[in-house]
Design a binder for this molecule. Structure first.
Ligand SMILES: [Zn+2]
Length: 503
């Protein structure tokens, strides 16, 4: 059989960040799988006219992706995985594959299965065979198990949080693959130095906009630039899932195995040495402490992050605990100040309010349909002041004596000023704006006269000790006494082709 001039590269994957501390589930439908050509349309670089479009024969198989949520039900996962493998088998049957881009986040969870990404990588490997190179560009909040590190030939990750380099990273993963495929067989696989670091920290403490993450991540491109190194990455990991793999990981890949090993150890050691420096991106407190500060403040708007149920980190989104506290707060009612609350998803409530219409007075029972562990559904009585239907959502605003409450048909983030203004709300003139969010996204950050992060309950509780991890490897910082821990104890080197050749 004659090989095509351009390498044949398949693209597939399942991309999700999933809390196992939330009763929410992420179904196959919510993961909205793309197939065939649609898979390639997701990224500019291999779409027609894109920078890498002509460098390979790209074969879109199946790629599924959702905003953060709960674990994937076992049957839904089995269906998606089977379709990926079937698509790869069909591609291989036509002609051998030279490469696979495994498009994953790294923090997906499946009910009853640990290490979704490692499991998928092994299954893909079994279909594509040992000679095919697999490359993956991940989220730095993803996890790199030993299985994943060993099975995927080229791993890279974002270098910023918030992730302003996400497209660049996905492109780097594809380009690294093509560059290695241009080498003769037997020289393509780099050595991989993998160091799991026993640290479990929320993203709200590890933003690369502040130290120590800024200077730690600044070292990554310096390491990458070394002769003999192909790529370097620091995965800070995902703390809201309870699997043995959840911790930080440093990886350096390159043809110089010894150098990769030394540089990975150096990055991991610095991460470990500076672990106590990680702190929250904003002042934190209990909701009551935060509310007290907000109501006493003479600047507005005062933003409050209702962080425990942040839907973009994996919260169910319908935890009512904070909203119930706001509605019954005598301090808020007595202050004469007004608050905006965004948001509580409740399809029945949103539809009922929309049906009643703007101007109607309604009495709704909303929220806690998925996550009722912290508070029951909340009674919401007030005037409907906005009804805004969207393409796949419906948002309403119910005005109570002190709080304008956004109720939605589906959960969604509120990250932009326009998310509020299109509902007729003016966050700039509000006294207090409470949002289900962790660190404030840039527009809200710029708008906030002041800001605190409330340590509220939910599936992505920022107070990790409250969650009760039982399955992560111990001891781990900051949950345990780690004084006797050697951060390099788990380090491993997976030799590449070049190591064999040199030997
Ligand atoms: Zn992330």
């Amino acid at each position: 059989m004659t090989r095509p001039a351009r390498p044949r590269v398949a693209v597939c994957g399942i991309s999700l960040e999933a809390s196992t501390f939330s009763p929410a589930l992420t179904t196959a439908a919510m993961l909205a799988p793309r197939r065939g050509r649609e898979v390639l349309d997701a990224w500019d670089f291999w779409r027609e006219g894109g920078s890498l479009a002509d460098r390979a024969e790209w074969i879109g198989v199946l790629q599924a992706r959702s905003i953060a949520g709960g674990a994937i039900p076992a049957d839904d996962h089995a269906t998606l995985k089977a379709e990926i493998l079937e698509g790869l088998r069909a591609a291989v049957a036509a002609a051998p594959l030279d490469g696979v881009v495994l498009d994953i986040h790294g923090a997906a969870s499946v009910v009853g299965l640990d290490d979704m990404e490692g499991d998928l990588a092994l299954a893909v490997r079994a279909v594509v065979g040992p000679d095919c190179l697999i490359s993956s560009g991940m989220d730095l909040h993803g996890n790199v198990s030993r299985t994943l590190a060993e099975t995927v030939d080229l791993l890279t990750t974002y270098r910023t949080a918030p992730h302003v380099d996400w497209q660049e990273t996905k492109e780097r993963a594809a380009r690294n693959l093509l560059d290695r495929l241009a080498l003769p067989p037997g020289r393509r696989r780099p050595a991989k130095a993998w160091v799991p670091v026993p640290i479990l920290l929320p993203g709200e403490m590890t933003s690369t906009r502040q130290e120590p993450a800024t200077s730690l991540y600044a070292r990554v491109p310096e390491v990458e630039a070394l002769d003999g190194v192909l790529d370097a990455g620091i995965w800070i990991g995902y703390p809201w899932a309870d699997e043995p793999r959840n911790c930080a990981v440093v990886m350096v890949v390159g043809d110089d195995a010894g150098l990769a090993e030394r540089e990975a150890a150096s990055l991991a050691s610095e991460l470990w040495r500076r672990r106590e420096e990680f702190g929250f991106v904003a002042p934190t407190g209990t909701l009551h402490e935060v509310l007290e500060r907000a109501l006493a403040s003479d600047v507005a708007p005062y933003f409050v992050s209702d962080s425990g149920d942040n839907p973009t980190a994996g919260g169910a989104g319908d935890v009512t605990w904070t909203l119930a506290e706001l509605l019954r707060s005598e301090a808020l009612a007595g202050s004469g100040k007004r608050a905006i609350y965004a948001s509580i998803p409740d399809a029945v409530g949103a539809l009922a309010a929309a049906e009643a219409g703007v101007g109607a007075h309604v009495r709704l029972t909303v929220g806690a349909r998925i996550d009722a562990r912290h508070a029951p559904p909340v009674e919401l009585a007030g005037e409907v002041v906005a009804v805004v239907p969207g393409e796949d959502n419906l948002e309403v605003v119910v005005r109570t004596p002190s709080v304008d409450v956004v109720v939605t048909r589906r959960r969604r983030p509120y990250h932009l000023e326009s998310d509020f203004t299109r509902l007729g709300l003016d966050p700039r003139s509000a006294d207090v704006v409470v949002v289900k969010i962790g660190y404030l996204e840039p527009e809200l950050f710029d708008m906030a006269a002041d800001w605190m992060l409330a340590l509220t309950p939910g599936g992505v509780d920022q107070d990790l000790a409250r969650l009760g991890h039982r399955r992560v490897r111990r001891p781990v910082f900051p949950l345990d006494d780690v004084s006797g821990v050697d951060p390099l104890a788990g380090a491993m080197l997976f030799p590449g082709d070049t190591a064999d050749t040199d030997a």
